[in-house]
Design a protein around this ligand. Structure first.
Ligand SMILES: [Zn+2]
Ligand SMILES: [Zn+2]
Length: 481
């Protein structure tokens, strides 16, 4: 079975490329993208890692056979770099036109003449070409096995998700009458697109459970859920579960310890409660449940096919891995949370807020914004025994205040962010700021995310994690037991 090739690139790279190819002179221009490669089953994803714009008259010259060509030195430098960094070399030029584009016979003839030699230099890495019009991308990829593949689609990941093809795809409409009222807003094509979407929800506590409900009801078709806890009686005010799910008849305070322990072991898993919520809303939904901590390599890897990630677990370890997945695999996401900050000795409430933080490959990362705290990260890795020995004060097992409505402020905004991102409903000037809601003041604070160009996670430097795909490991932390 032949493999399906897709390209994924960040919105800022795509914007730079389009500005370079279409400066308004109606002429042809060139560039090279070096992409990492992620293979899973029959899907092969190319992740645009480095964009090299060819300077007209220096790197991009009049051609002898075609109209223009990349100069030999430019090609050599990039193909050698591709070989050394294990990246796929993709030569780029543009054609006039809008929503469809194709290589000319001259283009194809030049691939036939030159690409075998490029494959020889690339030593085991595919090479290829892309041709862009203003709203379409076509690709011709040459594989070391001597086979050739065409690019199926290109996903541009930014505040809004765009999917580009070589020509407008045949649109399939949704015919499920239950979504009629939504289709009036999304269009029936948009509704159909949602049924093909895959979302990942990390943490199925109060916030994650609400997200599962919202997204199940709007008709998202595919879910990946990870959480390693079972329902407790104190969760019931915030999730769609009953006393039966929590085995409340076994775990009451009057019960002997052994019975409580049995009840805790028999209680329903939070992922199964969330799956039930989703299936009630949309019986056709595919739900993958993982009863484990997200921040282990084998669990995080099960989220790599997602179109969007929701981080609703508030550990530094989960933030660390979520942040890495967003930038390493160019999968956008959002972190949600609600917090009641109290004075630990007096119990007095100091602040109450909910946050929604979109994290996309082109807007900086949780490290750039000081949202991953290394000392807390270290503390989370202590065993319970080590924690007792250090008289650990900020113990995550200490119950913190938590209220359903505070979660709802964050989760409803996050679910909207996904919908507007995925269906292209955001206005061009929509803010990508983090939002902080402070119900005590009835105020919203907009926090512009910082982006450090030198950041080793999301920055532009050659050794950053950005778009590395499978070339580097995820930063998973192994816990002391
Ligand atoms: Zn051409
Ligand atoms: Zn960063």
């Amino acid at each position: 079975m032949s493999k399906k090739y897709t390209l994924r690139m960040s919105a800022d790279n795509y914007r730079d490329l389009i500005d370079h190819l279409f400066p308004g002179d109606g002429d042809e221009h060139g560039a090279v993208i070096l992409a990492s490669i992620v293979e899973r089953g029959t899907e092969v994803q190319l992740l645009g890692k480095e964009l090299h714009l060819a300077i007209d008259g220096v790197d991009y010259l009049p051609g002898t056979r075609g109209y223009r060509r990349l100069c030999a030195n430019f090609i050599r430098e990039k193909i050698v770099r591709a070989r050394d960094q294990r990246l796929v070399y993709l030569a780029i030029h543009n054609h006039a036109g809008d929503d469809s584009v194709a290589f000319s016979s001259t283009d194809m003839a030049s691939h036939e003449r030159g690409y075998q030699a490029l494959l020889d230099v690339a030593r085991g890495m595919p090479v290829g070409a892309l041709v862009l019009s203003r709203g379409a991308i076509a690709g011709d990829i040459w594989l070391p096995s001597q086979e050739r593949a065409t690019l199926c689609s290109t996903v541009i990941v930014g505040a809004t998700r765009r999917v580009l093809f070589d020509r407008p795809p045949r649109s399939i409409e949704h015919d499920d009458t239950r979504y009629h009222r939504q289709s009036l807003m999304f269009g029936s094509v948009g509704q159909k697109r949602l049924s093909g979407a895959t979302v990942g929800i990390i943490g199925l506590g109060g916030a994650g459970a609400q997200l599962a409900g919202f997204l199940g009801r709007v008709g998202v078709g595919n879910f990946v859920l990870a959480d390693n806890e079972r329902v407790e009686i104190t969760n019931l005010p915030r999730i769609d579960a009953t006393g039966l799910d929590a085995c409340s008849w076994l775990v009451g305070p009057e019960r002997p310890q052994w019975l409580i322990a049995l009840g805790q072991r028999m209680a329903r898993r939070k992922i199964d409660v969330a799956r039930r919520t989703i299936r009630r809303a949309n019986p056709k939904a595919n739900v993958t449940t993982i009863f484990d901590d997200f921040s282990s390599d084998s669990v995080a890897r099960q989220f790599l096919d997602c179109d969007y990630l929701f981080l609703a677990a508030d550990t530094m370890r989960a933030r660390l891995v979520f942040n890495a997945v967003v930038h390493q695999y160019l999968i956008p996401g959002v972190q949600v949370g609600a917090k009641v900050v109290t004075n630990r000795s007096t119990g007095a409430i100091l602040d109450i807020f909910s946050v929604v933080r979109p994290v996309t490959p082109d807007t900086g990362c949780l490290w750039c914004n000081g949202l991953i705290n290394p000392s807390k990260l270290q503390d989370e890795c202590l065993s319970p025994k080590q924690r007792r020995e250090q008289a650990y004060v900020d113990d995550v097992s200490v119950a913190a205040p938590s209220v359903n409505t505070l979660n709802a402020t964050a989760t409803a905004h996050a679910a909207n962010d996904f919908l507007f991102h995925f269906l292209g409903l955001h206005q061009n000037d929509a803010t990508q700021d983090y939002l902080r809601f402070r119900p005590g003041f009835r105020s919203v604070i907009f926090e512009e995310p910082r982006r450090d160009p030198a950041c080793p996670e999301c920055g532009e430097r050659a050794d950053s994690r950005r778009a590395c795909g499978d070339l580097v490991e995820l930063p998973v932390i192994y816990l002391n037991k």
